[in-house]
Design a protein around this ligand. Structure first.
Ligand SMILES: Cc1ncc(COP(=O)(O)O)c(C=O)c1O
Length: 359
């Protein structure tokens, strides 16, 4: 039985290989998960949700909707939920793309955008992002064609760790043709220093922007698979026509609602991460490596050669530490490292020092 023709050209999405040798103490820093866990109030909420489990989830996710709307001062009716924000990325591609239509992202934009565009049969056009600096609005605009339906911006960017200021996002939005939808994926927005963070939810008002968020990162709930978006009403309506019913489980919605109400935990994780990030960058520099500035819970590090990069990756894995190669972006001399606790990052720095000493 043959599927739709474009599916034959696809390959499965390659998740991180987190295998380590038997007997090693695992330290998995390859998926930008939170090593601080989730708020304690989440565990209490989950324990109480047992009574609701014989029943299907609330189709409107009202408790979670209210919790987010209240905490973030947003309109509840403009919220939409997905099985992680990747689910919403896929659904947007299903809505707007098909063979003959294109989407634009930056050269080092989140790799899953390419996957989702391919799933829908669309074509991804990549805008150059020289020297791994923040995305270039001018290059993105130059890449847009008459058949372009979607522009994806991961902000802050994965794997680069840097971000575009709101003024640049507005310039992009204002310069795009009216019938192109700007998808702002803000999976790591909560990690940006408060004095630099400028929310973009209000940009949804004009109808050609959607903003995506997730509970998988700062909230420490990657296993629950809850993402959400702030969408124009018209697009919420279209999404309702293709979304699987009740795609958020009761347990996941309960956990996410409790998590978002605990903004002190978010503050705490952001502050701790910033300190750990600075210390770890210094440790890498002291080893003669080249960390890139980051405002997120991960960091790209440049090595002197592709051989060094593979050698370091293998050495760490042999010692139980898994970090992420980024050769899928053509970055064969970089590795991406999730920020764990201070002790965990000391262990990584120590292991990299040992690798340097023996290589
Ligand atoms: C930029 C970006 N967006 C979205 C996601 C996916 O998040 P979720 O777990 O909500 O599907 C990730 C995960 O790594 C990411 O890096």
């Amino acid at each position: 039985m043959k599927p739709r023709p474009h599916v034959l050209g696809l390959t499965p999405y390659k998740l991180s290989d987190n295998s380590i040798p038997d007997g090693q103490r695992p330290l998995i820093l390859s998926q930008n998960e939170s090593m601080f866990g989730c708020s304690p109030v989440v565990n209490e909420a989950i324990a109480q949700a047992g009574a609701d489990l014989p029943f299907y989830p609330d189709k409107d996710n009202r408790k979670l909707r209210q919790a987010i709307a209240h905490t973030m001062q947003l309109e509840p009716d403009k919220l939409i939920f997905g099985l992680g924000s990747t689910d919403l990325i896929v659904q947007l591609c299903m809505l707007y793309l098909e063979p003959g239509r294109t989407a634009v992202a930056s050269e080092y934009g989140y790799i899953y955008f390419r996957k989702a565009v391919g799933m829908a049969g669309g074509e991804m056009i990549l805008a150059a992002q020289p020297d791994l600096t923040a995305k270039s609005v001018d290059n993105i605009l130059a890449a847009v064609r008459p058949d372009t339906m979607l522009v994806f911006i991961d902000n802050p960017g994965n794997p680069t760790g840097n971000f575009l200021p709101r003024s640049e996002i507005i310039r992009l939005r204002d310069s795009l043709p009216e019938d192109v939808l700007l998808v702002l994926d803000e999976a790591y927005a909560e990690f940006v220093d408060l004095d630099q963070y400028e929310p973009c939810f209000d940009l949804v008002e004009r109808g050609n922007v959607v903003v995506l968020r997730t509970f998988s990162k700062v909230y420490g709930l990657a296993g629950m698979r809850v993402g959400w978006g702030y969408f124009p009403t018209e697009i919420i309506d279209y999404m309702g026509r293709i979304r699987p019913a009740q795609n958020i489980t009761t347990l996941a919605a309960t956990a996410a609602a409790a998590a978002v109400r605990d903004q002190e935990q978010v503050y705490d994780v952001r502050e701790k991460t910033a300190v750990i990030r600075t210390n770890f960058a210094n440790q890498l520099s002291d080893l003669g490596l080249h960390p890139l500035p980051s405002c997120t819970n991960f960091m790209l590090c440049r090595f002197d050669s592709a051989e060094d990069t593979t050698s370091a990756l293998n050495y760490l894995r042999a010692n139980g530490i898994v970090i992420r190669p980024v050769d899928v972006y053509g970055l064969t001399d970089h590795l991406r490292i999730t920020m764990g606790t201070a002790e965990q990052m000391d262990r990584v720095a120590q292991a990299l020092g040992d690798w340097k000493a023996q290589s």
